[in-house]
Design a protein around this ligand. Structure first.
Ligand SMILES: *Cc1c(COP(=O)(O)O)cnc(C)c1O
Length: 426
């Protein structure tokens, strides 16, 4: 027998002992060999936060509250479209879509065909608007799952109409107008020419006409007004030409709260549905509750001697008077590495500094073991719940602070919390 050191160790293990450890090829093989000790149902029943101590909680009542708050700002009869693109900004499209609809939303908005299909597969029957034009190759999917596209090219409009006609169907759509953001849409002054090019098609059905504001959340209002005027003119031109623009809509969250004149027949609520203010200006106007909280549990606690480093790069050194706690959440979960050393977490209602570089799957925070003032000394233990986003007692950690630290917007952060973190709906 040949003795081989394993990973530099000698004497702990011999290679021949390890040869018994074979990994069966699949679950069936596991069962056959009776290596799957428990039945699968029992294994599946172990909740995700008990498999890994890091999870997201989504508060449905906050989604409901925010939907109702938006509705209060719209005149009776004005529709509300809940924007659930990008998996409801990371909150879960099916759950949030259903909650918003139950609370009074009329429409759902998505960014991709597959996002629309996922809602249909979850038995959602409300109208779904895809906020852009997919490739023409996706048209059969739109028609089969009744996902309405935004339309702004002649080629797509004709292809969509033809395909629908082939099956004796209607091809409902919303016309996208470019009033100045210059992302998508038919240029406002070209709207009549565009409609002339496509309106001969009997299957095409104009259900709505919309535009999108680039600066509804900005202090400066000139660009907003230019966009509003161009859009209003385009709607008037359609009406004058005898074309019914259908449901007219323009407002995103910021415009919904700041500009009642932009409500028209429907508003599209995105970021505020999830409880965030699109800008400082809406803080006195909208009553919003963030729906997302993020929690973890301590997996390790240690006293690190003074001046010893913590985490990659060791750019944090222990002052000696702290305990270092590890939590199993890192930048692979969307806890951005740029937050390293600039983020608090909450333990037992007290703020603790995250310290050292945030790793891919874990990070560390310090608990000050000195007692001072009236602050009770913390006694961190493995398994203790830690709030990363949310409130506990008087302490609160928000996505908005995180966004400020990183110089980004809340949207990017909530979307960035990866699906490795289970979403628990409460
Ligand atoms: C994303 C999006 C919205 C939602 O915007 P918020 O600022 O998040 O409310 C509305 N309309 C369109 C066209 C969008 O793309």
């Amino acid at each position: 027998m040949i003795e081989e050191p394993l990973n530099g160790f000698t004497g702990f293990a011999r290679k021949d002992q390890h040869e018994n450890i074979r990994v069966p090829q699949n679950v069936d093989a596991l069962k056959r060999e009776s290596k799957l000790i428990y039945d699968e149902e029992k294994l599946d029943a172990i909740p995700e936060p008990e498999r890994r101590w890091a999870w997201i909680e989504i508060d449905r009542s906050a989604i409901r509250h925010n939907t109702i708050d938006a509705k209060h700002h719209l005149r009776p009869g004005c529709r509300l479209l809940a924007v659930v693109k990008a998996d409801a900004y990371g909150h879960g499209a099916v759950e949030c879509g259903k909650t918003a609809l139950a609370a009074g939303a009329d429409y759902l908005g998505v960014a991709t065909v597959d996002e629309g299909i996922a809602l249909r597969k979850a038995n959602i029957t409300a109208p779904i608007l895809m906020l852009s034009e997919p490739p023409t190759t996706a048209i059969p999917l739109l028609l089969s799952y009744h996902v309405m596209p935004a339309i702004y090219t002649v080629e797509f409009a004709i292809a969509y109409g033809e395909e629908a006609d082939l099956h004796g169907m209607k091809a409902p759509y919303h016309l996208a107008i470019n009033s100045g953001m210059n992302r998508i849409g038919v240029k406002a002054e070209d709207v009549i020419a565009f409609m002339r090019k496509i309106s001969f098609h009997r299957a095409l059905e104009l259900v709505g006409t919309f535009t999108h504001f680039a600066t509804a959340d900005c202090d400066e209002t000139l660009d907003y007004h230019i966009q509003l005027n161009r859009f209003t003119a385009a709607i008037e031109a359609l009406k004058t030409a005898g074309i019914d623009p259908g449901i007219v809509h323009a407002a995103n969250s910021a415009a919904l709260y700041r500009y009642p004149e932009a409500h028209f027949d429907m508003a599209r609520l995105g970021i505020s549905l999830y409880g965030f203010h699109p800008c400082r200006d809406t803080m006195g106007i909208a009553d919003l509750k963030p729906a997302m909280s993020i929690y973890s549990r301590i997996t390790a606690v240690k006293v690190v001697p003074m001046s010893e480093g913590v985490s990659y790069g060791m750019n944090y050194r222990s002052p000696g008077s702290v305990k270092i706690c590890t939590i199993p959440i890192g930048y692979a979960d969307g806890l951005r590495r740029g937050l390293s050393g600039h983020q608090n977490v909450i333990l037992d209602g007290q703020y603790c500094h995250q310290v050292g570089n945030i790793c891919m799957d874990q990070c560390m925070f310090e608990v000050d073991m000195r007692s001072y003032g009236t602050r009770p000394r913390l006694d961190p233990q493995i398994g203790d719940k830690v709030t990363i986003i949310g409130d506990e007692g008087d302490a609160v950690c928000t996505i908005s602070e995180m966004a400020f630290t990183l110089g980004t917007i809340e949207h990017e952060l909530t979307i960035g919390f990866s699906h490795r973190l289970p979403r628990i709906y409460v």
